[in-house]
Unconditional design. Structure first.
Length: 194
């Protein structure tokens, strides 16, 4: 688990409204208007908080006709709580490892991406390749369905060889494909470089 992800998680969860949204969604999925009604807040305010929770993968959405329902990603919350518990139990050793991993990732990003965000080349080493792909995949949204053409255009922002990278997204469990439609898997399924 990366230090920056842990910090982002607790920073985003440090808002009382977001904690209340999580508590409400623990009882089951709801659409934005229902959440707004339960909390006595406006829809734009709820949208803002839901975006922050989506960014840290605490909630994900599914569309049912014209309504978007928000679901709680309990696995992510448990995972973050587990990481914090491990840090406390093991003291600074694991924190040092997290900082070191974060520095390694930063070095890989500097070596393989241009300042404009283009991928110079696909790393040969599996660990570095997974770090690069994970960075690329973070621009896609959980719960959203992507046609192959749309996914190809997204990948071309980074690298010309969209077919190879698209295949790697499937092989490394970042995405699954059904009838030519691609969707992100939950992050817990992704192959990890660590």
């Amino acid at each position: 688990m990366q230090l920056d992800k842990l910090v982002a998680f607790y920073k985003s969860m440090g808002d009382p409204t977001r904690v209340r949204i999580v508590a409400i969604l623990a009882n089951g999925p709801l659409h934005g208007q229902a959440i707004a009604g339960k909390l006595g807040l406006t829809a734009p305010t709820i949208s803002h908080h839901l975006k922050k929770l989506r960014d840290i993968h605490v909630v994900y959405e599914r569309r049912d006709k014209n309504t978007i329902y928000f679901y709680l990603n309990t696995a992510m919350i448990k995972q973050q709580a587990h990481v914090l518990t491990r840090l406390i139990e093991k003291g600074g050793k694991e924190l040092d490892e997290m900082v070191e991993t974060s520095l390694v990732r930063q070095k890989v990003y500097e070596n393989f991406f241009t300042k404009e965000g283009k991928l110079k080349n696909i790393p040969a080493q599996r660990k570095k390749k997974l770090m690069v792909f994970e960075r690329m995949i973070r621009g896609l949204k959980i719960g959203e369905k992507y046609e192959e053409k749309v996914l190809n255009e997204y990948i071309k922002q980074f690298h010309e060889d969209y077919a190879t990278i698209r295949r790697e997204f499937i092989i490394n469990h970042y995405m699954y494909r059904e009838n030519g439609i691609y969707e992100l898997n939950p992050e817990e399924m992704w192959d990890k470089p660590e």
